[in-house]
Design a protein around this ligand. Structure first.
Ligand SMILES: Nc1nc2c(ncn2[C@@H]2O[C@H](COP(=O)(O)OP(=O)(O)OP(=O)(O)O)[C@@H](O)[C@H]2O)c(=O)[nH]1
Ligand SMILES: [Mg+2]
Ligand SMILES: [Zn+2]
Length: 302
């Protein structure tokens, strides 16, 4: 018997595909790993594991290595909240929004960015369908994000614009594409690597028939290195463990202003001497970002 280390690239009904140096191995999970109470998934796509091989039929995951990070959401279950891992160890989250059709919902984008900040995952924004608007309009929508540390790629899957840049941004990394339904995630993958898009489409067709799942069941290898995972139109990732008081810390444009507020517990809603509102009035904080902050702070649903 020998042991191999590998990356989980697919899960299906208790069978895990593990990419090892010796090629892919389909393994099951050792029973003892399933014991005991747990509040999150034991193995997810993107996890590194150790597999023991007695013979081909008996590949077993013996060890799940500690996750560096994870993109997750809280899923309500009969026994309470459960942390559902969308993907383990992503190098980046790629948030895909259309410039039009559907109209980009920037508050949703801001929520995604906060979750990625909280979970320690770098973000990349893709503004797709640039063929439907003027570049000036696209930049008016997304142009304030790069100075905050969120790069924006302007693409059109239809006109094949920005594809080279997107390919370069994905190369050698594990990326997960997230965004509203209809933004063009699957279309972009299809252009980046055509046979990939076909496989992705088959997967989404099967999931749309059965139960709707938001977790990644499979990630796909890129020819130039790296993996990508598609997700079906996610509307929301609940801001589950973010307290109202810590929210400002996840806004890179607001956090540095907070020490200058007159009150240390300033909510930036109405207190005098608020540096955040001063920045807003001085045109140094984008109104759309402040609006996202206020609505999240007040716990308003979209
Ligand atoms: N005009 C235009 N249409 C596009 C572009 N990209 C995608 N579309 C169209 O938009 C629709 C949705 O594209 P999809 O790739 O399925 O979108 P998705 O983000 O994967 O959507 P879900 O799988 O539902 O989350 C399709 O009809 C595409 O042909 C684009 O750059 N320009
Ligand atoms: Mg899709
Ligand atoms: Zn303030």
């Amino acid at each position: 018997m020998h042991t191999l280390r590998g990356l989980v690239t697919r899960t299906q009904s208790g069978f895990y595909t593990v990419e090892t140096d010796d090629g892919p191995v389909v393994a099951r999970l050792r029973g003892r790993l399933k014991q005991g109470p747990r509040s999150e998934d034991i193995v997810a796509v993107g996890d590194w594991v150790q597999v023991s091989l007695r013979d081909e039929e008996k590949a077993m995951i013996e060890v799940v290595e500690e996750r560096q990070r994870q993109l997750s959401r809280m899923a309500p279950t009969a026994r309470g909240e459960y942390e559902q891992i969308i993907i383990a160890n992503p190098d980046q989250a790629v948030f895909v929004f259309a410039c039009a059709e559907p109209e980009p919902h920037l508050r949703m984008l801001d929520r995604f960015l906060i979750i990625a900040e909280k979970q320690g995952i770098p973000s990349l924004i893709v503004a797709n369908k640039t063929d439907l608007v003027k570049m000036r309009e696209a930049k008016a929508l997304f142009g304030h994000y790069p100075p905050l540390g969120y790069p924006v790629l302007y693409t059109s899957a239809k006109k094949k614009r920005g594809i080279r840049q997107l390919r370069r941004a994905l190369k050698g990394k594990v990326s997960v594409l997230v965004g509203p339904s209809g933004a063009g995630k699957t279309s972009l993958l299809n252009i980046i690597q055509p046979e990939l898009g076909l496989r992705v489409r088959q997967v989404s067709q099967t999931t749309s028939k059965g139960r709707h799942t938001t977790v990644v069941r499979e990630m796909f290898p890129l020819k130039k290195g790296g993996y990508v995972a598609d997700t079906p139109g996610l509307k929301a990732l609940a801001l589950w463990d973010i307290e109202p008081e810590e929210l400002d810390g996840y806004f890179p444009d607001i956090a540095p202003l907070v020490p200058d507020c007159q009150f240390s517990d300033c909510t930036h809603l109405e207190e005098p001497g608020c540096a955040v509102r001063a920045a807003l009035e001085a045109g140094k904080l984008h109104p759309q970002r402040y609006d996202s902050y206020v609505r999240l702070r007040l716990g308003e649903e979209d």
